[in-house]
Ligand binder design. Structure first.
Ligand code: GLC
Length: 788
């Protein structure tokens, strides 16, 4: 036992034992070649470094150790390759090479080879190499690598700023500011994870550094098991590396984080808009069956006047966990069910896992297995054997999603869902989880086609979910071209936002897990994933009324708002703990639907600009150091600030209000910002503030999207100190992809205080969408008269 413990300790500590100072450094620059887009540096050890200028604020750095840069250049994450090269110059001296764009100045010191990035206008240093890029020439790390043959380990090390903060890095069970922490990226099925558990489900190797209010971004586009250390193992460096593949990173210049997020979205893809009903309230359970129980859940929602748009079917809807089938006894007529629920305004989302059941009996016919086998679309081991992991159906097979024709076939299999009126698909277990061994060792020699490279698991694990979601999304697009696909995923790699929304997996029904919601949602938003949420109430364990209410008070403004529970967990639908709690939950669900035009406008902003709706305060107040590690409150868009309670028996808390003035949402009391205030927060109240200068659009009360035409949109006006307020309202049909071709309407409203009260002006709307007849009404929360 003791030996086992020691071994476990050794293993867990050794994972991060790479001492990058022992790695071989890249050689000095001896010459360079130049094209209109890039320069390539040739080093005295035959290494090459290529810097490509993609935009004035975006430069790619690619290094190849002791050999030329390979001609093959492919990444599943990248959405845009056709950059129009901005103007840039290169100046060589005997010691340096300096690339200058309108925004960036990149200095390469020849010996030793060190790269630094400065602001081209102010010459202020943004980021600098601490040591030359390096690699594991002697395979000394091979012993602790997932796949010793995958290497060499490659690393880049940056000087750690005395006051530098780090954000992003996707889904991590950690706080907002990642300074003094280190992380591994290796998509892993980690039920019941707690703060500090690492890695968990997703890999987004993109982070933002912020110092003195100035931000830069680094996207290390390498899908091998990767490492990020933000000043944990050393006072002087923040480094990143991977167990194979290329040193390949993109450097983004801000100084604004919002600008970096826009560029990152340009590079890895903008999130398409999901259907508007995806912003509705969702209910799930492992698992609701048979069909009559699903009806009961929906009836209960309607009877109790609780809003609901979506119900989820977890794995038990299938015939023996066979994806693309329905259990004939439990769901004899899925179309009749979805039709019936549609009449109550409810959509159905079904779970689809990657494991396709491997029939136990050779004579059993199962179309998904038979077709995939015949077409040779399943993953195989290097020796040609089918790879047979164990998942819910028992022995299973996985599709090789790197094959374009396999992705297409996978998409086509979804016809059984679309024909039966299923509205969206929930992709789970796609790390991919394998009950034989969750570390991936059982998959070590599994080969994927990978554009002809026939690469192994070490490279493909982290991109598996990205490609599975892509197959699902593109399939839904083909099957229902006039509808926006709605896909939810658990695992991911950078670029996932092009295909799927996400949730944070198997959380615990605990206060600690609830407290992780805000830093996790905001960090995901800072990593290019705007549509996020968590199982409301927590997934594992027994919750209670207070925890459930406080959980809704975090999630009622998160893009994904879904209550979900593990199979043996205590029921936690909104009414399960009694009327007292149910009434409070109703209040917040109704508030979510009232704020729908505000939420949807913020979501469209995310689609267009990459700036997420659910934000840490620092995104809106980047100049304010008081926001840099603030992760127990959040903002939605630019105007709403929410400070939930995330502890039991607590009914008062401190709230930080940034500069400007703020109105208490509930009382309209005005506060001066730039300070901390103490506010009451009894269980039925989540402290919530509106930025002075905002106008918040409000819908009439609805129990689901489309319940009745929205005949009036009311604007609540919160004038700033000079009597001004403004709002943008985004509208479209909420369902079709026509918004992509301009069929939307964006209207700007301004309120201005004058002698006779507040006067509203409306700017000419953008876009060609013609909404149904609706009235606008305006209410000043100061009690002033409004003229329109
Ligand atoms: C995984 C999912 C969870 C789901 C369960 C059964 O644990 O994360 O949400 O309920 O599988 O499908």
């Amino acid at each position: 036992m003791f030996r086992l413990l020691v071994l476990t300790l050794l293993l867990t500590t050794s994972v991060f034992a790479q001492d990058i100072t022992t790695l071989e450094k890249i050689g000095d620059v001896v010459s360079l070649t130049k094209t209109d887009k890039s320069i390539t540096l040739i080093c005295n050890d035959n290494s090459q470094v290529q810097l490509t200028i993609l935009a004035p604020d975006l430069v790619r750095v690619r290094a190849s150790f002791t050999k030329p840069i390979p001609a093959k250049d492919h990444s599943w994450a990248i959405a845009k390759n056709d950059w129009s090269t901005p103007r840039w110059t290169v100046n060589e001296s005997s010691t340096t090479i300096i690339i200058t764009t309108d925004e960036l100045e990149v200095t390469i010191q020849r010996s030793p080879l060190l790269i630094s990035f400065r602001d081209a206008r102010t010459h202020q240093l943004l980021n600098a190499d601490e040591r030359p890029m390096s690699y594991d020439a002697n395979a000394s790390l091979a012993g602790i690598m997932f796949d010793p043959k995958a290497g060499p380990f490659v690393a880049a090390s940056k000087k750690l700023g005395f006051d530098e903060h780090f954000y992003g890095l996707g889904e991590k069970a950690s706080r907002l500011d990642k300074r003094r922490s280190s992380f591994i990226n290796w998509n892993s099925d980690t039920p019941g994870y707690i703060e500090g558990k690492d890695p968990i489900y997703q890999t987004i190797p993109f982070y933002i550094g912020l110092q003195r209010g100035i931000a830069y971004g680094i996207f290390f586009d390498n899908s091998y098991r990767s490492y990020f250390d933000f000043g944990k193992s050393s006072q002087q460096r923040a480094w990143f590396g991977a167990e194979g593949g290329e040193m390949n990173y993109y450097f983004f210049h801000g100084p604004w984080i919002k600008k970096i997020l826009g560029r990152y979205a340009d590079l890895t893809g903008h999130m398409p808009l999901p259907p508007l009903w995806a912003l509705g309230n969702q209910q799930s359970r492992w698992s609701y069956y048979p069909d009559t129980m699903v009806e009961e859940v929906v009836n209960e929602y309607r009877k109790r006047d609780l809003p609901l748009d979506v119900v989820h079917l977890d794995i038990d809807y299938m015939h023996g966990y066979r994806v693309f089938t329905f259990d004939k006894d439990r769901f004899p007529d899925p179309k009749a069910l979805t039709d019936k629920l549609a009449r109550q305004g409810v959509k159905v989302v079904t779970i689809v896992d990657p494991g396709i059941k491997h029939p136990v009996d050779k004579n059993e016919r199962y179309h998904a297995f038979d077709q995939g086998l015949e077409k040779n679309y399943f993953q195989r081991r290097r020796n040609g054997d089918l790879f047979v992991p164990r998942v819910w159906p028992g022995e299973s097979v996985f599709v090789d999603y790197t094959l374009p024709e396999a992705r297409r076939w996978w998409g086509e299999l979804h016809r059984v869902y679309t024909d039966n009126g299923i509205a969206g698909i929930w992709n789970d277990m796609n790390e991919p989880s394998d009950f034989v061994d969750q570390t991936g060792k059982n998959q070590l020699d599994v080969v994927s086609y990978d554009e002809g490279e026939k690469s192994t698991h070490a490279k493909n694990r982290n991109t598996f979910a990205l490609l599975m979601s892509r197959g699902t999304y593109e399939g839904l697009e083909r099957l229902r071209p006039d509808r926006r696909p709605y896909v939810i995923t658990r695992a991911a790699y950078a670029g996932i936002q092009r295909y799927a929304t996400m949730w944070t997996g198997d959380t615990n029904s605990t206060w600690d897990a609830l407290a992780l919601n805000i830093p996790m949602f905001t960090s995901l938003g800072l990593s290019g994933e705007p549509f996020v949420g968590s199982d409301v109430g927590g997934f594992i364990g027994r919750g209670n009324g207070e925890l459930l209410v406080r959980s809704y008070q975090v999630s009622f403004l998160a893009p994904f708002c879904r209550n979900h529970k593990v199979i043996d967990g205590y029921d936690q639908e909104p009414w399960r703990f009694g009327k007292y709690y149910e009434d409070i939950i109703r209040k917040y669900l109704k508030l979510r639907y009232s704020l729908m035009p505000y939420l949807y406008t913020a979501l469209e902003e995310a689609h267009r600009t990459g700036v997420p709706p659910f934000r840490p305060l620092l995104l809106n107040y980047q100049d304010d150091p008081s926001t840099y590690n603030l992760d127990d409150q959040f903002m939605v868009g630019n105007d709403l600030l929410v400070a939930p309670i995330m502890k039991p028996d607590v009914t008062r808390r401190l709230v930080y209000l940034p500069s400007g003035s703020w109105y208490d949402y509930w009382t309209n009391k005005k506060y001066a910002g730039g300070t901390m205030i103490s506010v009451d927060a009894p269980l039925d109240v989540v402290p919530m503030f509106v930025r002075a200068g905002a106008m918040i659009p409000i819908w009439p009360s609805l129990n689901y999207i489309g319940e009745k035409p929205v005949s009036t949109i009311s604007f609540n006006i919160y004038p700033d100190d000079s009597g001004l307020a403004s709002a943008t309202l985004y509208e479209d049909d909420g369902l079709s992809p026509s918004y992509k071709t301009g069929v939307f309407r964006r209207t700007t409203f301004t309120a201005r205080r004058g002698p006779g009260g507040i006067t509203i002006s409306m700017e000419w709307a953008e876009g060609s969408y013609i909404p149904g007849p609706r009235k606008f009404s305006f209410v000043a929360k100061t009690g002033e008269r409004v003229n329109f």
